[in-house]
Design a protein around this ligand. Structure first.
Ligand code: PAF
Length: 284
């Protein structure tokens, strides 16, 4: 497995692969890899001959006071995990390589970035779309695989790729969970034992809502009341949002008429966790 740190070297490698008809599949990450990432890498093998994993903690998607500095990093461990997952190249640029002096260009998707995480992290998606657009130009992938835990991120990237005619197939992969239901995330590393237990309230709230929807409940307000109760807003857990949204447009849903996204974000201690599920109505 090769580690590439330079943009120009990655572009040359991508060009060489394309020249001989190799398909490139990219898994963009911020590192501190876990089983969820490894599942994305396995999925990538279904879409490309050459698998590239990018590892870059992207400063432009963190707001002031967020966890950019303390975001967990372990390049040696990541390298071994990626190698074991059959990755050919890890692209791991420095911040100066990605955002050299004089940098001043950003990609901004409008409506779909406004609600949910966009409310509490107003500059976040601009940073995500900018770095993902750059990664697409550098790695030149035919396909790119993203986890559905960041459901809004995936919707935003789909929109960007469609709107800017990017010739990349954007693929979503279902959330990977720990055995007890907690959605895998590099930020789980921040949780203390008690916080880890409290964090389970997110997946339990999703389970509860799913049972209600399957049981025939379609009223958004009724479902969300139970979800908020289940999350509880005391002690360790503080709800950031709990909302029902159209899975594609992310417009708010009051009454479920078809598959509906239930999106959650909550602070457990200082750690902000997100989780979601697409709820299905009972067949009529
Ligand atoms: O989902 C992530 O880890 C990041 O937002 C991404 C897509 C790698 C962009 O930095």
């Amino acid at each position: 497995m090769r580690i590439i740190e330079r943009v120009s070297e990655m572009q040359q490698q991508a060009e060489a692969w394309r020249h001989v008809g190799r398909r490139i599949a990219l898994v963009p990450t911020m590192g501190y890899l876990h089983q969820g990432h490894l599942t994305l890498m396995r999925e990538a093998r279904n879409h490309g001959d050459e698998i590239v994993v990018s590892i870059f903690v992207n400063p432009t998607q963190f707001g002031p006071g967020e966890d950019f500095e303390r975001y967990p990093r372990d390049m040696d461990r990541d390298r071994h995990l990626a190698e074991g997952a059959g990755v050919g190249v890890v692209f791991a640029p420095s911040v100066a390589e990605m955002y050299p002096d004089g940098y001043q260009t950003f990609v901004e998707v409008m409506e779909v970035t406004r609600p949910l995480c966009g409310q509490s992290r107003p500059t976040h998606f601009r940073g995500v779309t900018t770095v993902v657009a750059k990664l697409f130009n550098i790695v030149k992938p035919h396909a790119a695989v993203f986890g559905e835990k960041d459901f809004q991120q995936l919707a935003v990237i789909h929109r960007m790729a469609r709107d800017l005619n990017m010739d990349v197939q954007v693929i979503g992969h279902p959330i990977v969970r720990e055995e007890d239901g907690l959605a895998m995330s590099s930020r789980n590393a921040y949780l203390t034992g008690d916080q880890r237990a409290a964090a389970l309230r997110l997946s339990r709230a999703l389970d509860e809502a799913e049972s209600m929807a399957l049981g025939g409940e379609t009223r958004g307000a009724v479902i969300l009341e139970v979800v908020r109760e289940q999350l509880g807003s005391n002690g360790e857990v503080r709800i950031d949002y709990a909302e029902l949204r159209d899975p594609e447009t992310l417009k708010s849903v009051d009454e479920m008429k078809g598959p509906t996204l239930l999106a959650l974000a909550a602070f457990v201690g200082r750690t902000r966790l997100i989780d979601n599920r697409v709820l299905r109505c009972r067949a009529r």
